[in-house]
Design a protein around this ligand. Structure first.
Ligand SMILES: CC(=O)N[C@H]1[C@@H](OP(=O)(O)OP(=O)(O)OC[C@H]2O[C@@H](n3ccc(=O)[nH]c3=O)[C@H](O)[C@@H]2O)O[C@H](CO)[C@@H](O)[C@@H]1O
Length: 355
């Protein structure tokens, strides 16, 4: 079986795509290639995972000036032609669009060449690429039932996550508490600004606590400097730009403070990790709030909306949760109940059915 996976940009697009590729390779011995752009995270993560990647040029359409948007639209036919050349060379039986820059042109080229297509949509409300092609795809895999309305032949499969999340070792009972702060693939400004301000007080309130804070590639240096300036005990915190070994980082954490990107929420469930979630308030259709409401209502997570995130509120919530191992254990059990271990397999089956 030959499958082309198109899309990328942020981790939320490319990380589930890699989980789908692994499943296709493991169970169906499939030959999988990716198409993405050089500025997306795929340019690093796809070769690292051992898959071939073709790069195309696609401009931005969202949150950019009118001139950039016009340029992107003018260049679109060229991007579609480039994808058509790639498709003719690789001759995939199915093209999978995971959303993000390269997804739109590659899916459009596949639809024009009458190659079967599958769209993957992790959010309650689809992004631009999936909205444009949704009604022309052969089938779709969605996480939230309401997203099905945007697609032809949609199936609710859940979000595939890296297999390791399901098999993390339990935290040893005597281990000192550890907090993972993690702002999605690009980091979160609200965590980067407020965590250094409360770090010293939090470390004092929770004896033995250590903190690992992923700040995003563009903000790691400034965040590190803010922690240093705060005077918080240098041996008890660490700042990182991007964590390549997220399953191990989850394993070491008693609590995760995170944004509620779709994959993050799915990974917390797979790993059975209690979390404090602060949805990114500007996500399209407020989809991060909808992502976070599911674990919050199930008792797996506490939800704090960004406008309520003051230093005092964050300190109170984090120290309250970390001081209560019984509560954390109950949250962990509720989180695990939301896991969807069959997601990768269900999507691989949908793809196989299209061949
Ligand atoms: C700001 C924004 O619009 N974010 C969107 C983006 O977020 P983002 O890309 O942050 O979203 P997700 O939470 O879905 O995925 C992040 C992925 O990157 C991984 N990771 C992240 C940081 C790190 O240091 N190491 C690492 O491995 C995480 O484990 C996860 O697998 O795509 C998601 C899926 O469409 C959406 O739900 C989010 O709303």
């Amino acid at each position: 079986m030959r499958v082309l996976i198109a899309g990328g940009g942020t981790g939320g697009h490319i990380i589930p795509a890699l989980a789908i590729a692994d499943e296709l390779r493991k169970r169906h011995d499939a030959e999988v290639r990716f198409v993405g752009t050089s500025r997306g995270l795929e340019s690093r993560l796809v070769p690292q995972a051992g898959y071939p990647l073709d790069l195309i040029q696609v401009g931005q359409l969202k949150n950019v000036s009118l001139a950039t948007r016009a340029r992107t639209l003018l260049d679109l036919p060229l991007s579609i032609l480039r994808c058509r050349t790639l498709l003719r060379a690789f001759r995939p039986q199915v093209v999978v669009g995971v959303g993000g820059y390269a997804s739109g042109p590659a899916m459009a080229a596949a639809i024009l060449l009458r190659i079967p297509t599958l769209a993957f949509e992790p959010n309650a409300a689809p992004g631009l690429a999936n909205r444009l092609v949704g009604k022309y795809v052969s089938a779709a895999a969605v996480n939230f039932p309401p997203a099905a309305a945007y697609f032809r032949n949609a199936h609710v499969t859940g979000i595939p996550v890296r297999e390791e999340f399901f098999h993390l070792p339990p935290r040893p009972a005597a281990a000192p508490p550890h907090l993972l702060v993690f702002g999605g693939s690009q980091g979160a400004r609200v965590f980067n600004e407020i965590m250094p301000r409360i770090a010293a007080a939090l470390l004092e309130a929770v004896p033995g606590l250590t903190i690992l804070h992923q700040a995003g590639a563009r903000h790691a240096e400034a965040t590190q400097a803010a922690y240093v300036a705060s005077g918080a005990d240098r041996s008890r915190w660490q700042v990182s730009a991007f964590l390549d070994d997220m399953p191990q980082r989850f394993a070491a954490a008693d609590l995760v403070l995170a944004r509620s990107g779709a994959s993050t929420v799915a990974e917390l469930a797979a790993a059975g990790k209690p979390s404090l979630l602060v949805p990114f308030p500007l996500a399209a259709d407020d989809h991060q709030l909808r992502n976070a409401e599911v674990p919050a209502q199930a008792g797996a997570a506490q939800l704090l909306v960004e406008k309520d995130v003051t230093a005092e509120a964050l300190l109170r919530s984090l120290s309250g949760l970390l001081a209560s191992p019984t509560h954390l254990q109950a949250m962990s059990d509720h989180a695990r109940a939301l896991a969807q271990p069959q997601a990768a397999c269900s999507i691989a089956e949908l793809i196989t059915a299209l061949t």
